[in-house]
Write a protein that binds this ligand. Sequence first.
Ligand SMILES: [Zn+2]
Length: 251
Amino acid sequence: MATTAAPVFFERQYDGTDAYVDGGLGFNSPAKIAYKDVSDRHDLPPKIVISVGTDVGEVVDDMRFMADRFDFKFTRLSVPNTILLEGHCLGDIPLDDWRPKLGGRTTLERLENLTNAYLARAETRRMLEECARELVLLRRQRARTERWETYAMDITYRCCADENCHAGPYLKNRPSMRRHVNEAHGELTREKSPQEVENLLNTCRVAKGGAEGPRSRSGSRRLTRQGTNGVESEYVPIWHSWSHLEKGDAE
Ligand SMILES: [Zn+2]
């Protein structure tokens, strides 16, 4: 309720002593705030921003400007004020329309019908398909980076370069495992090619949880090249990195 408490139309909402109103006066579209928030959290700006709202207008002009300047894709999905459905369009519905007073069914049905009419348009379907295609492409690119197994697959590392090594029990991710192997087992890695070192790292991968495969004493499962859960099929080693994504390099 607080996020829709538009001044003049609705009363401010309180959480304890804090008052909340709709952000329309300062940030009519919160896309810019969301963009900054995601960038800060991941230390990497998003490549795609999809904004959902009503009508287009100047509300999203600043985001279009930012998308051009910072090279990300911006898509705005909005039911325009001008779609006519049974003689009505979104622009005809007052901001505080709520009929009948109990439940607002008539108003909600009208909004739903207008939204469905918008979604059925060929142009809207094309936009949605394009967004879906790009999101899948990004997902595939991310699955080829070293971060993906840590971020999405709950994989960690346990040193298996030397059975007497007491490092760990777990090394956080592949870069820390590689660093450890080079620093603590340099005599072993000096004789190996880079690919052989990567193969060694593969044998040190451990999935937390998981139902199959031999378990270590801690209950985790060590992954092998013959891993049975499809992990190996997704994994492509180190030379793919996040900088790869920033260049927009696809397959
Ligand atoms: Zn070790």
